[in-house]
Design a protein around this ligand. Structure first.
Ligand code: 13P
Ligand code: SF4
Length: 303
């Protein structure tokens, strides 16, 4: 059944000049049929550089919005419109404006894991990989970072600037405790611990490397070490293991599963292609402001 669906998907992708993108956390069967896998920003940027007319984004809503922001002339589809990000939903343009009126005017650095409308109200975007470079590129000495408080605290450890943070968090990464990591290290004493900056500060303090999902893929490949404890959503274990069949990867915790990232099935992808649903189109006024924040970031880091 799955094989038939995968074949139908590949045929339709060709016929419709469509490209299939899968985030590193997507289920293995989705990553297996994707044209491109990676983190959300790199996928959107690479898709923008292709001739494809349609982008099918297997991930969560803010990722499809980012694709629409950078590829306004392409049709962007998300197979599951109910695949959202609880952290991105922890801030709205209104709540951001209220906070700024309390704090006074200052640059707003917004993580790409956010809605298009929040990006549109921000000075500049950042990713988990470039947050320190982005923060340090600003001339102001006080900054508001949204929506992830853990990423903001990580940035604060890399700058002399005063970082005000939004109290948002990724429920999956924030639940990884220091004790779970210590237990994992005890069980796998030779393994290096890779942690995503969405984890709490006390967890990052135990890490051998603090990395984005793409950073973890590179680090594991380049490292001479044979085993790793993975401090991020469990979906990343699949591409890590595929790329490094002779190395061992252990979950830092058994409960790091993002349900939203697991919603998309092959039949959802097939339906998206057959019915051209669900289209994600960022309105032009919001897109213009949001793309400015994204391009400012790209101007600094190139990624
Ligand atoms: P990156 O893949 O950009 O590191 O993001 C992690 C994440 O939580 C995406 O939802
Ligand atoms: Fe959002 Fe966290 Fe899920 Fe990523 S893993 S989509 S940040 S809830």
């Amino acid at each position: 059944m799955s094989n038939v669906t995968a074949k139908e998907i590949r045929t339709l992708l060709r016929e419709r000049n469509a490209i299939l993108l899968a985030h590193n956390y997507q289920p293995p069967e989705i990553q297996d049929i994707a044209d491109l896998t990676g983190d959300s920003l790199e996928l959107s940027i690479k898709a923008a550089q292709t001739e494809a007319a349609i982008i099918i984004f297997c991930g969560v809503l803010f990722m499809a919005e980012t694709a629409s922001i950078v590829s306004p002339d392409k049709t962007v589809l998300i197979p599951r419109i109910d695949a959202g990000c609880p952290m991105a939903d922890m801030i709205t343009p209104e709540s951001l404006k209220n906070r700024l009126s309390e704090l006074g005017e200052m640059p707003v650095v917004t993580y790409v894991n956010s809605s298009a409308s929040v990006k549109a109200c921000s000075t500049i975007c950042c990713t988990s990989a470039n947050v320190a470079a982005v923060v340090n590129s600003l001339t102001e000495s006080e900054i508001l970072m949204t929506p992830d408080r853990n990423l903001a605290q990580y940035a604060a450890s890399k700058t002399s600037k005063k970082i005000h943070f939004w109290n948002g968090y990724c429920p999956i990464h924030d639940e990884l405790t220091e004790q779970l990591v210590l237990d994992s290290k005890k069980a796998h004493p030779d393994a290096l611990f890779m942690a995503h900056p969405e984890c709490r500060p006390e967890v990052l303090a135990l890490a051998d490397a603090v990395l984005s999902t793409s950073g973890m893929l590179k680090f594991a490949k380049d490292s001479a070490n044979r085993s790793f404890i993975v401090g991020t959503e469990e979906g990343l274990i699949y591409p890590l293991q595929q790329a490094n069949p002779n190395k061992a990867f252990y979950k830092a915790s058994e409960s790091m599963t993002c349900e939203d990232m697991k919603k998309t099935s092959l039949s959802d992808v097939l339906k998206a292609l057959q019915t051209t649903t669900y289209e994600v189109k960022v309105p032009e006024d919001i897109r213009k402001s949001a793309v400015t924040a994204v391009e400012r970031m790209l101007g600094i880091t190139g990624k």
